[in-house]
Design a protein around this ligand. Structure first.
Ligand code: ZN
Length: 144
């Protein structure tokens, strides 16, 4: 376990196990166009701080949960996606209890396994919910 402090939130993460689970070739990644576009564009379009946090947690940025997509506005697609890591956090240090999709880039949800790959089943996990607007870079058309 290693400790990470993010905006005052004290996180315990087993980054080694998280990395190992993400690296499993059977890890489920949806192949629909929305999810493929997410994986294609996410790394170049999120803040350096959030990218660093994701990497520090042992998360493979190409292994999100099924992307929930909220339509296109000003040529950007609005996504909310969970990433998962093995660990927990000190709730008393948590200030972002709700994900306000207008203002927050990300938030944490303790032991939310609803969209997690089944390889996380035996562990206590945290969902890192990422809220981003990404360009559509696939050759195929964006379909409403
Ligand atoms: Zn998908």
């Amino acid at each position: 376990m290693k400790k990470i402090i993010d905006n005052g939130l004290i996180i315990d993460v087993d980054d080694i196990l998280t990395r190992k689970l993400h690296a499993n070739p059977d890890y489920y990644v949806c192949q629909c166009s929305y999810c493929r576009n997410f994986c294609l564009t996410i790394k170049r379009n999120i803040s350096k701080d959030l990218l660093k946090l994701i990497e520090d947690l042992g998360i493979d940025i190409q292994k999100p949960s099924e992307a929930v997509e909220f339509g296109m506005k000003n040529k950007m697609v609005h996504y909310i996606v969970d990433y998962h890591f093995v660990g927990g956090y000190d709730i008393s240090t948590y200030s972002k209890n709700e994900l306000n999709t207008e203002t927050l880039d990300y938030a944490f949800f303790k032991n939310d396994k609803s969209l997690a790959d089944k390889s996380f089943d035996p562990y206590d996990i945290v969902a890192l919910r990422v809220n981003v607007h990404l360009p559509w870079n696939l050759k195929e058309d964006y379909e409403v």
